[in-house]
Design a protein around this ligand. Sequence first.
Ligand SMILES: [Zn+2]
Length: 462
Amino acid sequence: MRFIPFVILLLSFTTQAAGPNWSEVEKESVANLVALIQLDTSQPEGNEIIAARYLRQVLHQQGIASTIYESAPARANIIARLKGNGTHDPLLLLGHLDVVAVERENWSFDPFSGMIMDGKIFGRGAADDKEVVAGTLEIFMLLKRLNISLNRDVIFLAVADEEGGGELGITYMVEHHLDEIRAEFAINEGGWGYIDPATGEYTRFNISTAEKTPRRARLIAKGLAGHGSVPTKDNPIGVLSRAVARIFDTPLPMRLNETTRAFFERLAASSPETEAEIYRAILQPDPSPEIQDRLRALNPSYYSMIRTSISPTIFRGGYQRNVIPSTAEVTLDIRALPDEDPDKLFAAIANIAGEPSIEIVPMKVTRPAHFPSSLQTELFLTLEEVLRERHPNAIILPFMSTGASDSAQLRAVGIPTYGFGAGSIVGEQTGVHGNDEFLRIDAYMEYIRILWEVVSRIVTAS
Ligand SMILES: [Zn+2]
C-alpha cells in the first residue's frame, strides 16, 4: 500500500517539475494582449462586451466555462472559476477591460493597432490594464493546462468601468454577485517594478496594499448682489477666497498606517543618508512642519501619503466686472486616508475654513473607504518571498496609492487586495493615460513569471 502514495508523489513531482513552457507562454500572452488592445473599449462608452466575448472564447478553447454579466447594455464583466478541493478560501485575479479615451491626433501610430516593435507592445491599454487581464488569464489557463491540483478555487474576473470609478464594473459585481467573487484575497493592478536604465536590473517593487479615498466637496458662498462700486462685507468672492486661503495654508494632521509606516521604514533602510534622515524623522511621533516640507520637496506624492490632502481645483464666481455676484463656488479634490471618518473630516474642513456662512456640499463617492490590506497575509508574504528570490537586490515596498482603483471596492467588503504589475524603466514615459502607450515584452514576461510563482505556491500550499 505504500507504493500508491509514492506513485502519486512521483506524478505530482513530475507535473510540477515540468512547469510552464515559457516560450509558448510568451507567444500566447503577447497574442492575447495584442488582441485585447485591438478591441476598442474606450471610456466613456466602454463597450467592454467585445473584450468579454473574446475572453469567453479563449477560455472555452481551454475547456473553461465563463459567465458574462452586463451591468448596462454592452458594459460587460466576465467571471471564470477553477475548482479546488476547498481547503482554503478562493484566490481572486482581477483586471479591468475598459481603457481611457485617446487623443488620436497626438499618437504617432494607431492606438488600437497592438503593434509590436523593438521588444515593445504598443497601444491603448498595453500598460493599463489589458496586460493585467491577459497576464492573469495566462496564469489561470496554465493552472488548468498543467492540471495543478488546487487547494482552493481560483477566480478570474475582468470588469468594466474601472476608469469611470467602477460603478458598472467592480461595484456592480460586489453589489450583485459577491458570492461569486468572494475570496480570501485578490491580486489586481496597482503595483510595479522599477528597472534601472543602466543595468536592466530591478531595483524596487511597489506592492499596493492601500489607497486614499477620493472625496470631493463644493464650498458655496452666498451674499447680496450689488454694484461693484459699493463694496460689501459679504461679497461671496472675498469670503470664499479667505476660506480657500485658510484651507490651502492649513494641512490636516499627518498620520501613518501599517502600509505607510513600513514604506518609510524600508525606504529609510535602503536610501542614501540625505534621504534616509527625512524618512526616519517622518517615522517619529509628531514630525515638525519643516521635516514634512522637506519630504514634500523630495517627493510630493510621499507628502500626500501621510495625510488627507485637499486641493482646490475649480473656482467659479462672477460674470461681469462691475457686478458683485450673489454666489461663488469652489470645488475641493479631497483624498482621504483610508480610515478617515467623513463626518469628522467635513467638520474639520468647516472649522479650518472659518466662515460659518459658507455651505459645504460633499459630492458623490465612487470608491468606498477601506482598511489597508494586511502585510501578514499568505499572499503578501509569498509575493515578497518570490520577489526576494528572483530579485535579491531589489527593495520591496508596501505602498499606499494616492489615486484610486477597483481594489477599494474589494477591500471595503473585506477582501484584502494587492496591486502588482509589470516593471518599467525608471524615467521612461510609458504613456499610461497619455499618448503612445506601450509595454516592454521582457517586463511583461517577468510579471507573468513572478505571478506564476506566487499563484502556484499559494494554490498548492497545504
Ligand atoms: Zn487601470
